[in-house]
Design a protein around this ligand. Structure first.
Ligand code: SAM
Ligand code: SF4
Length: 329
């Protein structure tokens, strides 16, 4: 098995692929109400192109893949792509991040084509708040999608919550309680400065030390010994709980030393850091005469370009322009 190391000796084994910038929700912190100027269809990587990238990267040491978007389940034919990636040699772990709207309908197929685990984004347990933050009245669909994923024993089923001051910080314990009742991995994510005009400012970020303090009112929060592929997440469980509680804190703590990933955008650019607009073009090579060696060269170029850490908090920090819907989170 090959090992991919970047300039800071971090092992990079994880590729997040955003397969579309289209979405069936309009979360206020991610996409404007009227939608966005979408990437032209011809500019999107085809499934054949994505599979070629996965195959070459996997033969060089990438073993984990996550599909994301926009909303990955709205792209036509996505089951074929999942099946192709699941059966690519070297890929040991394949997951999907979804808003859950289509999950009730698609879970059976997802399991059939080889998906074993899933992340579902849900920022509130209150239907009226859900309708406000996503601008769509579809809480019921998402909750039924979560139940369906649990019924099919996708494992783990992770729920991602972006905690925003004044919006859902009074629901922290309600979310944490879910991990007592269900085998869910509940993960609190700090609100991040990605995308022009997404409403971010530092005041809206609730540091995870504060979230943890609240959760401890429910019982003992026991740390889980870190595993190699945890990436930036810190994992815990509440004593007696069936699930887990995790924290992803890019703002309040420096998680960059544990960063293990590269990102591929829907239009075929590699991003080496979520918070930087520097991108390396892969599509030109895929569509030009470039074969395996050229793709490998680009992979190594990306490893060399991967910054040591993000610059949020520095005076020089500039919010990146590409929206989260076109990066994938
Ligand atoms: N549409 C899918 C979904 O919502 O799960 C996948 C794409 S979405 C961009 C991926 C994740 O990014 C979601 O969990 C979403 O809540 C999160 N996200 C979007 N904008 C964010 C921001 N500014 N800060 C933190 N997380 C954000
Ligand atoms: Fe769509 Fe996900 Fe962005 Fe919400 S967070 S608008 S569901 S891409």
């Amino acid at each position: 098995m090959k090992l991919l190391l970047d300039n800071y000796y971090r092992e990079i084994n994880y590729l997040r692929i955003s397969i579309t910038d289209r979405c069936n929700l309009r979360c206020r912190y991610c996409m404007p109400e009227e939608g966005v100027e979408l990437i032209e269809h011809e500019e999107l990587l085809t499934y054949e192109e994505i599979l070629k990238v996965v195959e070459v990267f996997a033969s060089n040491g990438i073993s984990k893949v996550r599909l994301t978007g926009g909303e990955p389940l709205v792209r036509r034919g996505v089951m074929d792509l999942i099946e192709g990636i699941a059966s690519t040699e070297g890929i040991k772990d394949l997951s999907l991040t979804t808003n859950g709207i289509l999950l009730r309908e698609y879970t059976t197929d997802l399991v059939r084509v080889g998906l074993r685990r899933i992340n579902i984004s849900l920022d509130t347990l209150r239907p009226d708040r859900f309708a406000y933050i996503t601008r769509r009245d579809k809480f019921k669909e998402v909750w039924e999608g979560i139940e369906e994923a649990l019924r099919h024993r996708l494992s783990p089923v992770k729920i991602n919550i972006v905690v925003i001051k004044g919006f859902n910080d009074d629901e922290i314990k309600d979310f944490a309680r879910l991990s007592l009742t269900y085998p869910l991995h509940v993960r609190f994510i700090e609100f991040m400065p990605v995308g022009e005009g997404n409403g971010w400012n530092e005041e809206l970020v609730i540091p995870h030390s504060q979230v943890m303090e609240e959760i401890r009112e429910l019982g003992e929060l026991i740390p889980i010994r870190p595993q190699d592929n945890d990436g930036p997440a810190k994992r815990y469980y509440l004593k007696g709980g069936k699930g887990e509680i995790g924290f992803i804190s890019p703002i309040s703590s420096h998680i960059c030393s544990r960063c293990n990933r590269l990102r591929l955008t829907p239009d075929g650019k590699i991003r080496t850091c979520l918070f930087s607009d520097e991108e390396i073009d892969l599509k030109g090579t895929l569509r030009g005469s470039g074969g395996k060696e050229r793709l490998e060269e680009i992979l190594h170029r990306a490893l060399e370009a991967k910054p040591e850490r993000h610059r949020i908090g520095d005076l020089r920090f500039k919010k990146c322009q590409r929206g989260m819907y076109a990066i994938g989170g």
